[in-house]
Design a protein around this ligand. Structure first.
Ligand SMILES: Cc1cc2nc3c(=O)[nH]c(=O)nc-3n(C[C@H](O)[C@H](O)[C@H](O)COP(=O)(O)O)c2cc1C
Length: 310
């Protein structure tokens, strides 16, 4: 193999290794004179529970290699999602990588960085020579886990799984609607354009159940939820709607008004999706056999809820 071919092969191998998703750690120790040392590593792995062992590998080219290969102790700091800057700092040359971070020394004289997802304070158990790296095997003497979501690393880039999923959820507006029925009536209200709509509220960080509770408190405190009646996305407004079928023992309301289901044709609704949902409700309420709708504002399927014979 030519030198060029072997360089390419190594790059391909590194890329292939990089397809394994990992977290990111900072491995730390202290020199005898108390100087803290550390480097970023994603080669961390847990090894054994009894005794408690872990490993991380360090490149022989690292300027820290001699110090870590001869250290009697080291710590693993598992970085939290917000700690990309810590990872970058400990992967780049610097006179003092610790200068901009809050940290403290562990019982085994290892630097522990504040705000990490977890840390493991170790004594060195074994050093295994392994090609262009050495494997540092540590015996866990102390550890703590804060429960923060960990920073991820995949194909040469960071990722933040927990943050990404909450971003997706918060970018998708969910509207909770309550179909509060009483016998042959349904609670509706008119908006500022005189169009009819169901009691509704945008679901905020408190969640769907709280949104429903707030609707009941505002419109009809004696109402209680039965089951989800309709879930649909409006692809034009990028909004998701969840309609809950709810019952109430009374036909009075703090807000809005109960309307006879036979009068639906006389009303103008905010949109056709709501109108067809209420038409379905009228039919099903008459038969007392309900279905659940899944789909978007124009197309979807209704799955019948099987009535249980008691
Ligand atoms: C996400 C990430 C993971 C890394 N993993 C390792 C590793 O497992 N072992 C290692 O020796 N270097 C690893 N490095 C590289 C070292 O952090 C970096 O080369 C080193 O800190 C360079 O400085 P030094 O020569 O002063 O040690 C990684 C770097 C990054 C950004």
């Amino acid at each position: 193999m030519s030198e060029m071919e072997s360089v390419n092969k190594i790059r391909e191998l590194r890329d292939a290794f990089g397809s394994f998703m990992t977290g990111v750690t900072v491995v730390t120790t202290c020199k005898d004179d108390g100087t803290p040392l550390g480097f970023t590593a994603n080669s961390f792995a847990s090894v054994s529970l009894d005794p408690a062992l872990l490993l991380v590998s360090i490149a022989k080219t690292s300027s820290n290699y001699d110090n870590f290969a001869h250290a009697s102790h080291f710590a693993i700091n598992i970085l939290a999602e917000e700690q990309k800057d810590v990872s970058n700092t400990f992967a780049r040359p610097s006179d003092d990588r610790f200068a901009n971070f809050v940290w403290s020394k562990s019982e085994n004289q290892n630097p522990l960085i504040d705000g990490v997802s977890a840390w493991f304070d170790c004594t060195t158990y074994q050093i295994v020579d392994a090609g262009d790296h050495a494997i540092l095997i540590g015996k866990v003497e102390n550890f703590a886990s804060a429960g923060f979501a960990g920073l991820g690393y995949y194909r040469g880039a960071y990722f933040t799984p927990a943050k990404s999923s909450t971003d997706v959820i918060s970018s998708m507006k969910v509207m909770m609607m309550a179909l509060i029925g009483h016998e042959n009536q349904i609670l509706l209200e008119q908006n500022s354009e005189q169009k009819w709509t169901l009691p509704h509220l945008v679901v905020d960080k408190d969640g769907a159940e709280k949104a429903l509770e707030k609707i009941f408190a505002a419109y009809q405190p004696e109402a209680s939820p039965s089951f989800i009646y309709s879930v649909y996305d409006d692809v034009t407004t990028q909004q998701q709607y969840i309609a809950f079928l709810c019952n109430t023992p009374v036909s009075t309301a703090h807000k809005g008004q109960f309307v006879d289901l036979n009068d639906l044709e006389k009303l103008t609704f905010v949109d056709s999706a709501l109108q067809s949902m209420l038409m379905r409700y009228r039919k099903e309420n008459y038969l007392k056999t309900y279905g659940v709708y899944y789909g978007n504002q124009t197309n979807g399927t209704v799955r019948q809820i099987v009535k249980e014979e008691v």
